[in-house]
Ligand binder design. Structure first.
Ligand code: FAD
Length: 407
């Protein structure tokens, strides 16, 4: 392999470049990104970046000098438009870049609200410029409506409430996050919102927007009511950014069109690997469950692994991903953390049904996942029990012990 091309200049792409160098490989690395920016971190976009003290400056994960030092050539503001696997070229509009090995790390793009395009004050939150727009609206005292009670939407409501501004969340489900976390933990999450003064509208969809002079003034709900709004943040999920691969032989998931990978992150085409929010992979830890994760830690780990495998010489060992998913989210001064998977046979809440809760997810006799609220020190103790044979009883015991110790 003489040239490694990485498409997607964010967390997974950057970690791929860094890990390629860590292997001692000294070939050419080209990092192609649709955004104009050097790779930057997204979790702060819905947290510190929404604080009134935060400026507009973007702090990249690595400086230009550092990337030069790593010998990484960047092609920024240059979206890949297609892939020619016979010619081993990534198409970039009128030009192209040839690769010997390719890592796909194009992440995911937010779903838009139908009919909302072009109305000022309506946005998703995925990029630095989205975050600047949201923060400025909050600086101006916006009445905020968040559509979708997911993790990012909840953080935005939290930022509005922290400033004492009115925040409403509209969610089609009767219980927020009930599909991802289960009904009981979802109800705990609902209470976190209500206790912080967020107006939670559940079991109702959005039927349209009201606007004056091209600027949003309200969100019309299915039940006929209208919630006044100066800022509407759409948080109804993301889809893998794979439009540029549709005409290529790279196999995509039938449902969401994410890239289908093996446990070592190889795609269906030799020499092409994928990592991060864009990738589906069978997680060997969880009986080969096909997973596509939207978590920071996963994107970092997968980026590193994909590049290492892409550069492994003939006869060298290809590594499998053996990973326990982990993510965190910060709401109203509370830290939610999750390890493992919520796909489970049974869900048990130990301790308070609120801050301090430990929620355990059981698969057979194993601990499959754990959600904690405000227990940053405890969560990693549970991580080592996840999917260990017969770990359920031990997890129940540990949880009771932790709760008693902190009572
Ligand atoms: P992305 O970060 O989505 O990057 C993909 C890059 O590829 C983008 O820069 C995109 O412009 C580019 N791209 C797309 N298409 C093309 C193309 N055709 N050609 C070239 N480039 C292209 N995770 C947590 O665990 N905890 C958190 O608290 C948390 N908070 C978050 C808050 C926000 C607001 C957001 C948006 C995400 C948050 N995440 C959090 C998730 C985490 O940031 C993502 O999992 C991570 O960014 C995924 O990295 P990635 O490199 O796979 O994809």
């Amino acid at each position: 392999v003489r040239r490694l091309v990485i498409v997607g200049a964010s967390l997974a792409g950057l970690r791929a470049a860094e890990s390629a160098r860590r292997t001692g490989w000294d070939g050419e690395i080209v990092l192609v990104g649709a955004e104009d920016h050097l790779p930057y971190d997204r979790p702060p976009l819905s947290k510190a970046q929404l604080d009134h003290r935060t400026g507009d400056d973007l702090v990249p994960l690595r400086s230009r000098d550092e990337l030069d030092g790593l010998g990484v050539t960047t092609l920024l503001g240059t979206p890949a438009t297609g892939l020619d696997t016979d010619g081993r070229r990534v198409l970039l509009g009128d030009t192209a870049v040839a690769y010997d090995a390719l890592v796909i790390a194009t992440g995911a793009t937010p779903y838009r609200l139908p009919g909302a395009d072009g109305i000022a004050g309506v946005t998703g939150l995925r990029t630095h410029s989205d975050a600047v727009a949201v923060r400025r609206a909050l600086d101006a005292g916006a009445r905020t409506v968040v559509i979708g009670a997911g993790f990012i939407g909840s953080e935005i409501a939290s930022a509005a409430r922290k400033r004492g501004l009115p925040a409403t969340i509209v969610e089609r489900l009767e219980v927020p996050l009930s599909r991802s976390l289960g009904p009981e933990p979802g109800a705990i999450c609902a209470d976190l919102h209500r206790d912080a003064g967020t107006d939670l509208r559940l079991g109702v969809g959005v039927s349209g927007l009201e606007s004056t002079g091209g600027r949003v003034t309200g969100v019309v709900l299915d039940d006929g009511t209208t919630v006044p709004a100066d800022l509407v943040v759409v948080g109804i999920g993301v889809r893998p950014a794979t439009g540029w691969l549709e005409d290529s032989p790279v196999a995509l998931h039938d449902g969401d069109r994410g890239v289908l990978c093996t446990a070592s992150l190889a795609t269906s085409v030799p020499g092409i690997w994928a990592a991060g929010d864009v990738a589906h992979f069978p997680n060997v830890r969880f009986g080969g469950d096909l997973m596509r994760l939207e978590h920071w830690t996963n994107a970092a780990e997968q980026g590193a692994l994909a590049a290492r495998n892409a550069l492994a010489g003939t006869g060298e060992e290809i590594a499998f991903l053996d990973t326990i998913p982990y993510f965190w989210s910060d709401w109203y001064g509370h830290r939610l953390q999750f390890v493992g998977t919520p796909r489970a046979d049974e869900v048990v809440t130990v301790g308070p049904h609120g801050p301090g809760a430990i929620v355990l997810y059981r698969r057979g006799t194993q601990l499959a996942g754990v959600l904690t609220i405000d227990r940053p020190r405890d969560i990693m103790k549970f991580r080592r029990l996840v999917m260990e044979p017969g770990s359920w009883d031990e997890a129940l015991f540990q949880a009771a012990d932790r709760v008693t110790a902190s009572a």
